[in-house]
Design a protein around this ligand. Structure first.
Ligand SMILES: Cc1cc2nc3c(=O)[nH]c(=O)nc-3n(C[C@H](O)[C@H](O)[C@H](O)COP(=O)(O)OP(=O)(O)OC[C@H]3O[C@@H](n4cnc5c(N)ncnc54)[C@H](O)[C@@H]3O)c2cc1C
Length: 523
């Protein structure tokens, strides 16, 4: 940030937390310059590792320290960027205008596990897997299992409206949270939802959930937990076409049944998911798509071939579609898992499986479901290898009601296919609708051309989503990436968000430029 005296800032922050918990070292500033937004990896590939570093990083240990940091930032008119684990994929934790990155990781205590009310209270910097393990030791579960559970925090989940793989049974994070403690952009400490879910008047908790650090730093949360499931029953089914599979899911959900997981893959994604375990393992070890990061000896040749194919996305998509639908014919794979206490879980599983079969599903046995469960966290950690190979990959998760779902799928897919190779699956199903998770891979030789292609792809995809009546995000949040589409999503309510920002953060210091709100004005 021009004009920020980093030494003076470090000195002032040290006055709050002590010298050991503040840094202005170059290595730290570079580390905190980005999150997992794929667009930033295009710059990293060309050596630009930290174009937007913070001016200081601080590791508070109490809400009072966070409040003092925010008040300091206010008095110096310096941005504050809350930071969980940096696993966000939309640039949300990137300090666009510099300032103070407040890393919550030292605030990772579990404050209470109430076995009678089934409520956990924990500080927001706690790592997701650690929280789940602590609950498991007491026979409980939060039921929140994002693929990033090993590298994300409670605060990041709440701030970005995270969704776990078992959301159909347990809900998204906003369905679990009962209350939060937060430090607003005024530097005040605010506690919401003191009486659990039961309260009179507006729900202030839900105003802060999803605010992505633009209104407040969340310091702790109280969340509903469940008894850990005693049994899990999996099954795979094959449907001839996507609409038949979606109709089957709708019927299951609208009968009041709640499988923990129910996912439907389009043809190519089904072929990927159904391949024998070893091959899938190899592919997953080398990159999210087969062959994108081949063995060294064949690297040059294959890179050229794959790059060439990805440079003609329309032809590639058409070819793969033809192959998947006419030659390989894997059908559309549906994976379903039911869990809970016995005998209820067994009975519910039988009813769910019966309903899916009656809706036209061909029973594939429990193999595909068990296989998915065993590998449920392994697919997403290979992005950098794909980028090294000259390609880029990313995902777009949108959602809508059942009525609009196929239009949303067709519209977004057609928009993305102009720029990249695309596959998709439907997951996170609810009685009123479902989300769609698109995975795409593109190619462009230089940073400049890759960024232009990436931006055009996201613009076309987001506009197609809003045109089809879909939401611009189901669980990855908004960050910097989807900010331009927030006004289209919220229409007249966007004014309320600005008014709330003005009230809770009158100086506009909280994570400026994110969530489609005002950019920074240095004074
Ligand atoms: C491999 C991989 C798989 C993923 N899978 C999933 C998935 O299955 N489901 C899913 O929902 N997401 C997934 N994500 C996205 C990401 O993990 C989520 O967005 C997660 O909620 C971010 O948590 P974090 O702690 O890393 O937050 P960060 O990335 O550090 O921050 C995210 C945003 O929240 C703000 N923030 C963070 N902590 C706080 C706080 N305490 N108070 C206020 N604001 C805060 C930040 O300023 C930023 O705007 C995945 C990401 C990766 C890389």
């Amino acid at each position: 940030l021009p004009g920020v005296d980093r030494d003076a800032l470090r000195g002032a922050l040290s006055g709050i937390v002590g010298e050991g918990r503040v840094s202005t070292r170059e290595a730290d500033l570079r580390t905190y310059a980005r999150d997992m937004w794929p667009r930033l990896l295009l710059a990293v590939r060309e050596g630009a590792v930290a174009e937007h570093p913070p001016d200081a990083v601080v590791w508070p240990e109490t809400a009072e320290e966070v409040a003092a940091i925010v008040r300091l930032a206010r008095s110096r008119h310096v941005p504050v960027v809350p930071y969980g684990a940096g696993s966000g994929v939309c640039g949300g934790a990137m300090p666009l205008h510099g300032g103070i990155t407040v890393d919550l990781k030292r605030m990772d205590r579990i404050l209470d596990i109430d076995d009678r009310d089934l409520v956990v209270e924990a500080e927001c910097g706690i790592n997701g897997e650690r929280l789940e393990r602590a609950l498991a030791a007491k026979g409980l579960t939060l039921g929140h299992f994002p693929s990033s559970i090993y590298c994300s925090t409670l605060g990041g989940w709440l701030a970005a409206r995270s969704g776990g793989q078992m959301s159909t049974r347990y809900g998204k994070i906003e369905d679990m949270v009962l209350g939060v403690t937060a430090v607003t952009g005024r530097g005040d400490i605010l506690t919401t939802g003191r009486h659990g879910r039961v309260q009179a008047g507006p729900d202030w908790t839900q105003l802060l959930v999803g605010s992505e650090g633009t209104l407040a730093v969340l310091t702790s949360g109280r969340l509903r937990v469940r008894r850990a499931p005693a049994a899990r029953h999996f099954r795979g089914f094959s449907f001839a076409r996507i609409p038949a599979g979606l109709e089957a899911i709708r019927r299951v959900l609208q009968r009041g049944l709640r499988p923990a997981v129910i996912r439907l893959y389009d043809e190519f994604d089904s072929w990927m998911a159904l391949r024998p375990h070893d091959k899938a393992k190899e592919a997953h070890a080398s990159g999210a798509l087969p062959g994108l990061a081949p063995p060294a000896s064949k690297k040059g040749l294959l890179r050229g071939l794959i790059g060439g194919a990805l440079d003609r996305p329309r032809a590639l998509n058409a070819l793969v579609e033809l192959g998947a639908q006419k030659l390989l014919r894997p059908g559309c794979l549906l994976i379903v898992g039911v869990e809970g206490a016995e005998p209820r879980a067994r009975v519910e599983a039988d009813v769910v499986f019966g309903e899916l079969e009656r809706a036209g599903g061909k029973d594939l046995g429990e193999g595909p479901g068990k296989d998915w469960f065993a590998r449920r966290y392994s697919v997403s950690y290979n992005m950098s290898k794909v980028f090294e190979s000259g390609a880029f990959v990313d995902t777009m998760e949108v959602a809508s009601t059942w009525e609009r779902l196929m239009d949303l799928y067709e519209g977004v897919r057609a928009a993305l296919q102009r720029h990249a190779f695309v596959m998709a699956h439907f997951s996170h199903a609810y009685s009123e609708g479902c989300s769609i998770y698109f995975t795409f891979a593109g190619h462009a030789p230089t940073r400049h051309t890759a960024e232009a292609k990436y931006d055009a792809l996201w613009r076309d995809g987001m506009l197609a989503a809003t045109r089809a009546g879909g939401t611009i995000s189901h669980h990855h949040g908004v960050g910097l990436l989807k900010g331009p589409y927030m006004a289209e999503e919220h229409r007249e309510s966007m004014a309320l968000l600005h008014a709330l920002k003005q009230t809770l953060d009158p100086d506009g210091i909280m994570n400026p430029g994110k969530l489609g709100m005002s950019t920074w004005t240095a004074t």
